[in-house]
Ligand binder design. Structure first.
Ligand code: 0WD
Length: 268
C-alpha cells in the first residue's frame, strides 16, 4: 500500500535529473501516484532537447508528457484538458517553476528592468494562480497544490535579489489561494527548501558560499539532500498532511530559525 495509491496529479518544472520536481516525483512514483508532466517547449522541433530530458526520466511511468510555457494561456489550457482526458479528476499539482532574466537576477535589485520584473513575476508567481485556477475545476473531491519557495522571500538573502521579491509574492499568493480554495477541500502549501545544486540555482550569485554557510550556520550543520526535500514534497501532496494548508514548510536543516551565528563562531 502506497501513500499515493489511486492519486492522480500534474507535475510542472522538471528540467533534468537535478530538478527539485524530479526529487519529489521519485517519491510520488514510489508511493503509487499516476502523473502527467510538462516540459518547456523546444525552440527547434528537430532537436527536442527539453522534451528528451524529461522523457528520459519519466517515460516508464508517465501518463502523458506535454509542452507548456506558463506564459501562454493556451499552453496551460492544453495541459489541463490533457489531464481531464487522462484522469477525469485531479488530486494534486506540483508547481516547481521559477525564472528571472540573468542580468536582472544578478542584481542589484534596485536596477531591475521593468521587462525583467514583469517576466520574473509572471513565470514565478502568476503561474501559480493560473495553474490553481485551472486545477480547482478538476479537484471536485478536494486536492493538494504545492509550490517551491526559498527563505529569500521572507528575509533578505544577498545575491537572491529579484527572485526574493518574487518568492515573497509567491508565498503571499499561496496564502490567498489557501483561503479561497480551502472551502472546496483544496490545500495549498509552499515547501521552502535549503539550497540544492540545480540548473536554476546555478544562476544565483554566491550560490557556493550559500551552500557553505548552511554547513556552519544551520542547527544540523549541513545542507539538505534532494531526497529530504523530495520526501516532504510528496507528504505535502498526500493525505498524510490533510490538516495542513497555507503553510510554509522549511526543509533546510533548521537554517531559518537562526538569528545569529552559532556560539563557536563568535569572536572571543
Ligand atoms: O536551491 C534551489 N535549487 C532551490 C530552488 C531552493 C529553494 C527553492 N527553489 C525553487 C526554485 O525557485 C523553483 O521555484 O524550486 C523550484 C524549482 O527549481 P529547481 O529545481 O532548482 O530548478 P530547475 O531544475 O531549473 O527547474 C525550474 C524549471 C525550469 O528549468 P529551466 O532551468 O529550464 O529554466 O522551471 C521551469 C523549467 O522547467 N520553467 C518553466 N516552465 C514553464 N514555463 C518556465 C516557463 N516559462 N520557465 C521556467
Amino acid at each position: 500500500m502506497g501513500l499515493m495509491d489511486g492519486k492522480k496529479g500534474l507535475v510542472f518544472g522538471i528540467a533534468n535529473d537535478h530538478s527539485i520536481a524530479w526529487a519529489i516525483t521519485r517519491f510520488l512514483r514510489d508511493e503509487g501516484a499516476s502523473m502527467g508532466f510538462t516540459h518547456l517547449p523546444d525552440r527547434d522541433p528537430e532537436r527536442p532537447r527539453m522534451e528528451r530530458r524529461v522523457r528520459k526520466l519519466v517515460d516508464d511511468f508517465a501518463r502523458f508528457v506535454v509542452p507548456c510555457n506558463v506564459q501562454k494561456d493556451e499552453d496551460l489550457d492544453r495541459v489541463f484538458s490533457e489531464a481531464e482526458q487522462a484522469f477525469g479528476t485531479l488530486d494534486f499539482v506540483l508547481h516547481s517553476i521559477a525564472y528571472a532574466p540573468i542580468d536582472d537576477l544578478q542584481g542589484p535589485t534596485v536596477a531591475c528592468s521593468r521587462e525583467g520584473f514583469k517576466q520574473a513575476m509572471e513565470i514565478s508567481v502568476y503561474s501559480l494562480l493560473a495553474i490553481a485556477n485551472r486545477a480547482r475545476r478538476l479537484m471536485s473531491e478536494g486536492g493538494s497544490i504545492l509550490t517551491l519557495t526559498y527563505l529569500g522571500g521572507e528575509k533578505v538573502i544577498p545575491g537572491y535579489n529579484i527572485m526574493g521579491v518574487c518568492k515573497a509574492a509567491l508565498e503571499s499568493a499561496m496564502g490567498y489561494l489557501a483561503n479561497e480554495l480551502g472551502p472546496q477541500g483544496i490545500r495549498v502549501n509552499a515547501l521552502s527548501a535549503g539550497p540544492l545544486k540545480t540548473l536554476s540555482s546555478s544562476a544565483v550569485g554566491e550560490f557556493d558560499q550559500m551552500l557553505k554557510l548552511y554547513t556552519t550556520m544551520s542547527p544540523l550543520r549541513r545542507n539538505v539532500t534532494p531526497d529530504e526535500v523530495g520526501r516532504v514534497g510528496m507528504l505535502l501532496l498526500s493525505d498524510a498532511t490533510s490538516g495542513i494548508t497555507g503553510e510554509i514548510v522549511h526543509v533546510d536543516c533548521g537554517y531559518h530559525v537562526m538569528g545569529a551565528p552559532p556560539v563557536e563562531l563568535h569572536e572571543r
